[in-house]
Design a binder for this molecule. Structure first.
Ligand SMILES: [Fe+2]
Length: 361
């Protein structure tokens, strides 16, 4: 059987105190305070009372002040408070309720009313606490599920990106580095007038998460082309360029089968547009300037920079300075000029990322 509820009775008049104690002590564990200060002491000690019957007119600290302090404290604000008062008017009652009390009882008290109110408010308080606990548990479970889904998504992305990577043995840590470059650029451009409405924190997280899939379409490029140990001829380039469309088709199919999401949309956009060029000379659609989605423009610079500083079968690894020079030459030709400017402003961070995720380390 549960322990009886703890009721704190606060009254400076012995007569009233005795009457209420006599009334409630058979059913409840009754605590007594003869002053406001003592009431606060008992209310803040453990275990806390489940309900407080509080006289209003007391010397030194009155019931209103006791109520105000209890409701201002995180530790005691949940305890229901019922005022005991000899006389009251509507204004005083409104004031008392505004401080957070749940009810009023008039003196001289009516025993059945006191018993019924105490019982009802205790039951209501218990139900409220049970509901709060249930909500906390539900919230915890939802958080767990959200984390689990996010983890599953991360694993799926990682697997897909690794698959694309193992087929293209020159990429090494390319995926990781470009993911960080794109984040750096996006964060730096977050307050830029041209981009601020497109780059909120959630979008940047999405870019970071979906960037590793930019080349998954390479899974559809034949090995003889993908793994060719020398530069590609024209016909082979045509095949290679199809990787953007392969990724687009695969993600579209996934969206049709499973429904779309902001993540899939972002992944599709990056994969499909990261080889478009500012002057319209890119592929697969030859988009120009702002026609190219921002995610594609950001990925384009990140991807090219990384290819330049990495060794390829057809070229050695270039120094940062050489890569920077080539990118500057591509300003307003291949790349969005403001993105190139951002790159120059944060080039030290690019160098740091390249070092942190160096190939073969
Ligand atoms: Fe690509």
């Amino acid at each position: 059987m549960n322990n009886p509820a703890r009721i704190l009775i606060v009254d400076d008049e012995r007569f009233h105190l005795n009457v209420i104690v006599g009334l409630l002590s058979g059913d409840y564990n009754v605590l007594i305070a003869k002053s406001g200060e003592r009431a606060l002491e008992i209310a803040t000690s453990e275990p806390a009372p489940d309900l407080i019957l509080l006289d209003i007119f007391m010397p030194e600290m009155d019931g209103y002040e006791v109520c105000r302090r209890l409701k201002n404290s995180h530790k005691t604000r949940h305890i229901p408070i019922i005022y005991l008062t000899a006389k009251s008017d509507a204004e005083a009652e409104a004031y008392g309720f505004s401080l957070g009390a749940v009810d009023y009882l008039s003196k001289p008290i009516s025993p059945p009313i006191v018993k019924a109110r105490v019982k009802n408010h205790l039951a209501y308080g218990q139900a409220l606490r049970a509901l709060e606990q249930q909500n906390e548990q539900l919230e915890y479970k939802i958080q767990e599920r959200v984390l689990e889904i996010a983890r599953t998504q991360d694993v799926a992305i990682h697997c897909l990106a690794s698959l694309a990577e193992t087929r293209d043995n020159e990429t090494g840590n390319h995926v990781r580095r470009t993911q960080h470059y794109i984040k750096l650029l996006a964060e730096h451009l977050q307050n830029h007038p041209r981009f601020c409405d497109q780059l909120d924190a959630d979008t940047i997280k999405l870019l970071f998460k979906s960037a590793p899939l930019h080349d998954i379409g390479k899974v559809g490029v034949p090995d003889r082309i993908l793994l060719k140990p020398s530069a590609l001829d024209q016909e082979e380039w045509v095949e290679m360029k199809k990787h953007a469309a392969h990724a687009y088709d695969a993600i579209c199919r996934a969206e049709q089968a499973l429904g779309s999401s902001s993540f899939l949309h972002s992944a599709r956009e990056i994969a499909y547009t990261h080889h478009e060029k500012w002057d319209g000379s890119g592929y697969p659609r030859g988009l120009k300037g702002d026609e190219i989605p921002l995610s594609g423009r950001l990925m384009s610079l990140a991807d090219v920079y990384d290819a330049l500083i990495s060794k390829r079968v057809y070229k050695p690894a270039f120094s940062h300075e050489k890569a920077k020079k080539i990118i500057l030459e591509g300003r307003e030709v291949y790349f969005d000029p403001d993105i190139v400017d951002a790159f120059i402003e944060i080039e030290d961070q690019f160098i740091a990322i390249a070092k942190q995720f160096e190939d073969g380390v």
